[in-house]
Write a protein that binds this ligand. Structure first.
Ligand code: GYE
Length: 350
């Protein structure tokens, strides 16, 4: 009996040790998990509602954001493409709120209609950083800050270039028969660039014959230009509110048997545009197919990251953060333009 009891005890002991070993495995796992949780807590989650993928500018902007908010930098970026629809972006923001992200970055499609959803983010205590375009909200505290371009200034710089160049070659202001292929209506980029041209046309007496949206895409730019060429036979300046539309428009002009270029006195149609991101557009600018490009810089990833880092450190970043930009042109005659007392040199190497 004694022997049996001893054996049972030893067996129980072995079992206990084995059980102990067994239980030590999950406990180690548990420890790893805790470490992971601590690490996960250090990771900053950012919900990024991008408005779409309509242009090369947009793709470069998305890439810049993905790169800046990489995991190796301690971030987890949730990227949502709004497909150029505000409703999709509003849904994305609501999802980010449910997911309890640390920060929301919004690249808004249009300016109006954001108050409700931004109010919801504020209720949830999630700071919102705007990038690229802006929102039209009376309460500026609905977002922490904004970073992007001064689109009206871009338009003014382009208008100043057109004025200087056409004066230089001796074309009467009233002989400038212009059309504006606009960006997506109601977006900050469209509003500013359209205003820049419309004001200059009024002040200089240019014949601005039509303003029609090409939605920032190459396809629509081509369509709109083809229609404009049917409507008017005297167009000599095409102001495209981005490069992708300019590429489409140039295609339409050439398909109609006309020539693009800055020699409007010899019947060429002068095309100007915005961005300077698309490789073809930059090539066109070198060849003179696009006479001038007003730069719009898309590399906002590191800028947004710097703003978030300030917020994390308890600092208050500047509310509105503007990016410096230039003009690209290979057309001789204009070396610089002056807008609002500021001189901008024309970039020849790009
Ligand atoms: O110029 C255009 C894009 O908002 C600055 O949007 C941006 C504009 C850019 O589709 O190409």
């Amino acid at each position: 009996m004694k022997k049996l009891a001893k054996m049972t005890i030893s067996l129980l002991l072995i079992l206990a040790i084995l059980a102990g070993c067994g239980s030590s495995a999950p406990s180690t796992e548990g420890k790893d998990n805790t470490e992971e949780t601590t690490k996960a807590d250090d990771i900053i989650t950012v919900g990024f509602s991008q408005l779409g993928a309509e242009s090369d500018w947009r793709s470069a902007n998305t890439d810049s954001m993905l790169e800046a908010f990489s995991e190796s930098e301690g971030y987890s970026l949730i990227y949502k493409n709004g497909q150029q629809k505000q409703a999709n972006q509003i849904t994305a923001i609501r999802t980010f709120i449910q997911q309890e992200v640390d920060y929301i970055v919004l690249a808004p499609s249009t300016e109006d209609g954001w108050e409700t959803v931004l109010g919801e983010a504020r209720e949830a205590g999630i700071p919102v950083i705007l990038v690229d375009r802006r929102v039209n909200a009376a309460d500026k505290n609905l977002y922490s800050c904004w970073v992007g371009s001064d689109f009206e200034l871009e338009g003014k710089k382009m208008a100043a270039w057109i004025k200087a160049y056409t004066e230089g070659i001796g074309v009467e202001p009233s002989d400038l028969h212009m059309v504006n292929i606009q960006g997506s209506m109601g977006s900050t980029a469209q509003i500013g660039r359209t205003r820049g041209l419309a004001n200059a046309a009024r002040d200089n007496g240019w014949d601005l014959m039509a303003e029609i949206s090409g939605d920032f895409t190459e396809t629509k730019g081509r369509e709109v230009m083809a229609a404009l060429l049917k409507r008017f036979d005297n167009i000599n300046v095409v102001y495209c509110e981005n490069d992708n539309m300019a590429i489409g428009a140039i295609d339409a002009i050439e398909s109609a048997g006309k020539k693009v270029g800055s020699n409007i006195k010899r019947g060429e149609i002068m095309v100007v545009s915005f961005d300077g991101v698309n490789k073809t557009a930059l090539e066109y600018a070198k060849e003179g197919k696009i006479s001038c490009i007003a730069e719009c810089n898309p590399l906002h990833g590191p800028r947004v990251k710097a703003l978030i880092e300030k917020l994390r450190n308890g600092e208050t970043p500047e509310k509105f953060n503007y990016v410096d930009e230039t003009l690209f042109s290979s057309v001789s005659g204009v070396d610089e333009v002056v807008v609002d007392g500021q001189t901008y040199k024309i970039e020849r190497n790009y």
